[in-house]
Design a protein. Structure first.
Length: 431
């Protein structure tokens, strides 16, 4: 009788995707068959890599666990394992509430999980992964954890202190990804800016990006999550000197009111935030600046919100996401503040900012008509190929739609002339 088939279900962020890919690789090289196709229903063993960041993510993780717990009760699954952030955060409670799960594993217990399959954890193999994405872009996780003390964030409590991956291991992993056909490398961390401070007492992100670009093996290198304080300004020089480094700055400011920023325990105030954002515009005027905001943080008054709204209106971010505040147990805000903004008010404020951003985005997109942009094709969907410019990241930003009659190849780059625009998408033809 052959080995049992293992299904791994990955929830949450791209950092979880990287973790799952490394586990799949270790299982694969030890002779195990692993599937990650959502439609597969024939696996004997299921591993769920959970997210436990905010309420919506926790709910999705719990619902997924319960779905497979029912399958186990019905005899359709023999073993059920749960790992990741939710498991780390609520493992004790979950063990009592969902006894169908054979074992729960925290975020640093990969070796214990692999022991269940009689596999000795091979740390030397951590620079290799079994890619689960489309095959032309992949994420490079450069660190684990976070040293920031943001009041709303549960990550330091779940993932621990900031731990940079070594420069050597990241270069090795990047080489592996390039060897396996990756054309767009997306650097991720809870905070890219802090890379190297914990291990080398200096900010090493610019050096890392310069080395990765110097490999000359990626068409695009994209950076995700640059914390505003201690912004690594050498990055702007690297963007100018290396065409492969996308002119794309993802800098989550969360708010602009000094009162709210202080209550959030952010390390920046309005003045520094404005200086950074306008300096980026001055140094790399063509760059797309993406940010994320939170509405309904405890104590946010109508005046605070209006200040945020007017700032978004005046600065005109290229890309923007807004989230309602989630009152997460174990966070500084949960321990010292009352969740005093009604949910409907939080959501109304999200809608107001997104409505504003819709009009800003529509104007910006209209200005791109008749211009040509280098575009990567991500997939084919219905009557269109769906692609992106360097100013857009997969899954979160807008896309370029090209009629399927043009017969393009997934994962290839094309010069695309923009012929039409909508609020959040562009339409084009290859040239």
């Amino acid at each position: 009788m052959g080995r049992p088939k293992i299904k791994i279900v990955t929830l949450g962020c791209s950092k979880n995707t990287v973790d799952s890919e490394k586990i799949i690789r270790q299982l694969n090289v030890n002779g195990n068959k692993v599937v990650f196709d959502e439609t597969d229903n024939s696996s004997d063993i299921v591993i769920i890599n959970t997210c436990g960041f905010i309420n919506d993510a926790k709910e999705e993780s719990i619902n997924t666990i319960l779905k497979f717990a029912r399958k186990k009760t019905e005899g359709k699954v023999k073993k059920l394992y749960v790992m990741g952030c939710l498991s780390q955060r609520y493992g004790t409670t979950l063990r009592e509430e969902i006894p169908e799960v054979d074992k729960f594993f925290g975020v640093d217990e990969t070796s214990d999980l692999l022991n269940e399959f009689n596999i000795l954890f091979d740390e030397s193999g951590l620079t290799q992964r079994t890619l689960t994405g489309p095959g032309h872009y992949a994420y490079l996780k450069i660190s684990e954890g976070c040293d920031r003390k943001c009041a709303f964030c549960a990550i330091p409590g779940i993932r621990g202190r900031y731990r940079s991956q070594s420069l050597g291991s990241l270069m090795e992993e990047a080489s592996f990804l390039a060897d396996n056909g990756i054309k767009e490398l997306i650097l991720i961390a809870q905070d890219l800016s802090y890379y190297g401070v914990d291990s080398n007492k200096k900010y090493m992100l610019p050096m890392l990006v310069d080395k990765l670009a110097g490999m000359d093996r990626f068409e695009w290198i994209r950076l995700h999550y640059l914390y505003p304080a201690n912004f690594p300004w050498e990055i702007t020089d690297i963007m100018r000197n290396h065409p492969s480094v996308c002119r794309y700055i993802d800098i989550p400011i969360q708010h602009i009111s000094n009162r709210i920023l202080s209550s959030m325990k952010r390390s920046h105030k309005r003045k520094e935030t404005e200086e950074i954002l306008y300096k980026i515009r001055e140094e790399i005027p063509e760059a797309a600046i993406r940010t994320t905001l939170i509405t309904g943080f405890p104590g946010e008054t109508e005046k605070d919100f209006l200040e945020l709204y007017e700032f978004v209106q005046n600065f005109r971010f290229d890309r923007l996401g807004v989230f309602t505040y989630s009152h997460e147990d174990g966070t500084p805000a949960f321990n010292r503040l009352q969740d005093d903004i009604p949910q409907h008010i939080k959501e109304e404020r999200v809608s107001e900012i997104m409505s504003l951003q819709q009009s800003v985005s529509a104007e910006m997109n209209e200005s791109k008509v008749n211009k040509i942009f280098k575009t990567i094709i991500d997939r084919k969907e219905g009557e269109y190929y769906v692609g992106r410019t360097e100013f857009d990241s997969p899954d979160i930003d807008q896309e370029v739609l090209i009629k399927a009659s043009h017969n393009l190849k997934i994962g290839k780059f094309y010069g695309t002339k923009i012929t039409e625009s909508s609020d959040f998408d562009l339409f084009g033809i290859p040239v």
